[in-house]
Structure formats: structure tokens, C-alpha cells
Design a protein around this ligand. Structure first.
Ligand code: UD1
Ligand code: CA
Length: 395
């Protein structure tokens, strides 16, 4: 089977976001939009995906790190130019190229796999993922010969009234045989309404050259949607949040009030745990089985052992053992480790400290840079003075 390389186009500015930041870095449920696309890409091929960067490209590359290879497109001359830059990075590669956009966070590996299978079984030069939309405004339209064979794609701005009435649109997701794609990329010309190099013209050129083309109609057109402005961003956030909560509930977790529960896609929660209203779980947080979290609790990048109960509290970079009780009004800061069956009570702040098995810090305390052994009870109002103005001292 030929190799598969994934290219994610993310050089555009996202003008309608009205922002100094790249659209693909806007967070959805705490994670940059483009990260969702990368997670799916990683399931499709062992080869590192290429992310095409341009506007705020340094920030995009910094946010994604070594998950991808980066190709610069300094000037956004169009999707055709973008893919030309990608191909220039792949000398000698003769496999398939899957082209995705960085701003379509709902795209699933499952749909893409189905499309790649069609591409391969039909030995196509190019396969286009299409969608039938009730309102196709703004999208490129799929052109077919009288026998129904794909013959090209026309952009909305270049389309005749007849062509505009076509409801089958180009999702912008394609699978190309790279040698055949290369054979037409040099022929793209920016002679169109937008003065851009259109990748869509490569389809017409391959058709004219008699190359076999395939289409796959998306069964879930909502997967190719991406937000173009901040109003759509808020709707996208709500939809992503609901998808994450659905996945968590399917895995055996009770969410009392999904409308007031906010969970990052990297969070893992064990079976038979219950999430009460007003809970925000962020970062790579792991909650064990049979826990009760909330109400009104925020936990970031922390581990909570099974059977623990955390309510009305804020935890960051904290590790809790099993059957630990935390709350209400408790602030646990990075480096805090609480062993099994310990209890941290109301108006207690702990930073960079260890609390041993069965120990208690029940009321009104500040504990910093401290090691507390097992079976210890810290009295109300205790403070560890760890800072002398110059150095921090452990207790
Ligand atoms: C494109 C398709 C259109 C399709 C639509 C689906 C073309 C010519 N048209 O139109 O048929 O219906 O997508 O959404 O391809 N990008 C770059 N560099 C560039 C230009 C674009 O990286 O020089 C990136 C953008 O960041 C964006 C994506 O490519 O993520 C699509 O670009 P955009 O200009 O929005 O294409 P559309 O006009 O939507
Ligand atoms: Ca677009």
C-alpha cells in the first residue's frame, strides 16, 4: 500500500476573527482548534503530518511543537500555492497526500479513513470529499459530466447562476496521488475572481488529462464546519463541549448538569464518578473511579485518586491519593501531594507540600514547602512561614 502523508493548511489569517492571533490557535474547550485535526491525522498515518504555516506561523509551530513538520507560506497566494509549497517539501515522495484544513476541528479519522479507502480501491489520481448542503453559499461547487463523473470544481465567486444552484460542495478535503498532483500543480494560474492559485483547478486539470477521479459524499457534513468569526466560535465551543461530555457519559460517568460542566478533551474520568454542577476540568487531568467532583470546583492538570471527594475548591498541578476529601473553599497549588484518606478542609491553601496517609489539615491554614507525615492533625489556623524575604525554607 502506498504511504500517506497528511498536510494541514493553516497559513490563513482568518480575517473575520478580527484578531492579532491565528484562527487555528483559538482554543476550543481549552485546546487549540488545530490540535483536534492533528489528533485525527495521527491516527491515519505513522508519518508526521505537515502543517502549512504563515500568519502568526511562529506561534502555531510553538503551540504544536514536534507533533508536526512545518512548511512556511509567507504570502497567502491561495490553496494551490499552499499545496505546491507542501509538495516542494516532499521530494521523491510517491505516496498519497491527504489535504486538511486547520480550522475544521470536528473532522474524524473515521470519515477520512473511509475516503482514503475509496481513493485506493479506485486507484484515483484525486478523491474529493464532497457534501450536499441545503445552503451551499460560499463553497466551491462540484461539477460533473452528463454521466455523473467529476469534471471540476468552480468557486462561488467564479460560478454562473446555473452552477450556483448546485448543492453538492467541495469540503476542501482531498486525497491526491502525489506524482499526479505534481504533474498539474505547475499549470495553476491565478486567473480568477480572487487572483489566487486555486487547488480546486488541479481537479479540473486532472480531469482534462483523463486521470481517474473519485468523490466521496460526507455522511456527516457537520464534520467539515469551521468557525469564521467569534459568534461561530462560541457555537463551535458549545458543540465541542457537548461532544466531550457525551463521550464522558458514554464511558460511565454521571454528569448532573451538562449545561454548567466544562471539560477539556484531554481529561480522563473513571467509571461511576459523578460530576456535580459548576465543574471545570482542564489540562491533562485524571480523575479515578467512584469520585465525586463538585459542585463549583475547578481542577487543572491534576490527578485525583479513586473514591475521592472534591467540592467548592480549586486545584492545580496537584496529586490526590485514594478516598481523599478536599473542600470546601480549598486552594491546592502546584506540587501538592495528598496521600490516601487524607482530608484537607475549609479555607486551606497548600503549595508544593506533601500530606501523608490519613493526615488532616481541616481548617484555615497555609502550608507551603512542607512535608507532613502520616496520621498528623494540623490544628486550625496553622501557617508554615517558608519565606524570610530572601530564601524559601522547607518545613
Ligand atoms: C476553499 C475551496 C472551496 C471549498 C472551501 C471549503 C479553494 C480555491 N476553494 O475555499 O472550493 O468549498 O475551501 O471550506 O481551494 N489557506 C492557506 N494558504 C492560502 C490560502 C488558504 O493556508 O494561501 C488555508 C486557510 O488558512 C484555510 C484553508 O486553506 O484554512 C481554506 O482557505 P480559504 O481561503 O478559506 O478557502 P475558501 O475560500 O473557503
Ligand atoms: Ca474557508
Amino acid at each position: 500500500m502506498s504511504e500517506l502523508k497528511v498536510a494541514i493548511l493553516a497559513a490563513g489569517k482568518g480575517t473575520r476573527m478580527n484578531s492579532d492571533h491565528s484562527k487555528v490557535l483559538f482554543p476550543l474547550c481549552g485546546v487549540p482548534m488545530v490540535q483536534y485535526v492533528l489528533w485525527e491525522a495521527a491516527q491515519l498515518s505513522p508519518l508526521k503530518p505537515i502543517v502549512l504555516i504563515g500568519y502568526q506561523g511562529e506561534q502555531v509551530a510553538a503551540a504544536l511543537g514536534d507533533q508536526a513538520e512545518y512548511v512556511w507560506q509567507r504570502e497567502q497566494l491561495g490553496t494551490g500555492d499552499a499545496v505546491k509549497k507542501v509538495c516542494a517539501q516532499l521530494p521523491g515522495f510517491s505516496g498519497d497526500l491527504l489535504v486538511l484544513y486547520g480550522d475544521t476541528p470536528f473532522i474524524s479519522a473515521q470519515s477520512l479513513r473511509a475516503m482514503i479507502e475509496v481513493h485506493r480501491s479506485q486507484r484515483a489520481a484525486a478523491t474529493v470529499l464532497t457534501a450536499e448542503l441545503t445552503d451551499p453559499t460560499g463553497y466551491g461547487r462540484i461539477l460533473r459530466s452528463p454521466t455523473g463523473v467529476l469534471s471540476g470544481i468552480v468557486e462561488e465567486k467564479d460560478a454562473s447562476p446555473d452552477e450556483k444552484s448546485i448543492r453538492e460542495v467541495n469540503t476542501g478535503i482531498y486525497c491526491f496521488s502525489v506524482p499526479l498532483l505534481r504533474s498539474v500543480l505547475g499549470q495553476l494560474k491565478p486567473q480568477n475572481a480572487q487572483g489566487e492559485y486555486y487547488l480546486t483547478d488541479a481537479i479540473g486539470l486532472l480531469a482534462a488529462a483523463g486521470q481517474p477521479l473519485a468523490t466521496v459524499k460526507s455522511e456527516r457534513p457537520e464534520e467539515i464546519m469551521g468557525p469564521n468569526d467569534r459568534k461561530a466560535l462560541a457555537r463551535t465551543e458549545a458543540k465541542m463541549r457537548r461532544e466531550i461530555l457525551d463521550r464522558i457519559m458514554e464511558a460511565g460517568v454521571t454528569v448532573i448538569d451538562p449545561a454548567s460542566t466544562y471539560i477539556d478533551p484531554r481529561v480522563r474520568i473513571g467509571r461511576d464518578s459523578t460530576i456535580y454542577p459548576g465543574v471545570i476540568l482542564m489540562g491533562e487531568t485524571k480523575i479515578g473511579a467512584n469520585c465525586r467532583i463538585g459542585p463549583y470546583t475547578q481542577i487543572t492538570s491534576s490527578v485525583v485518586g479513586e473514591g475521592s471527594h472534591v467540592y467548592f475548591s480549586n486545584l492545580t498541578g496537584t496529586t490526590l491519593g485514594k478516598r481523599v476529601e478536599v473542600g470546601p473553599y480549598t486552594h491546592l497549588r502546584p506540587g501538592t501531594k495528598v496521600a490516601d484518606q487524607a482530608k484537607i478542609g475549609g479555607f486551606v491553601e497548600i503549595k508544593n507540600s506533601t500530606v501523608g496517609i490519613n493526615s488532616k489539615v481541616p481548617h484555615l491554614s497555609y502550608i507551603g514547602d512542607t512535608t507532613i507525615g502520616a496520621e498528623v492533625n494540623i490544628g486550625a489556623g496553622a501557617i508554615t512561614c517558608n519565606y524570610d524575604g530572601v530564601r524559601k525554607w522547607p518545613t
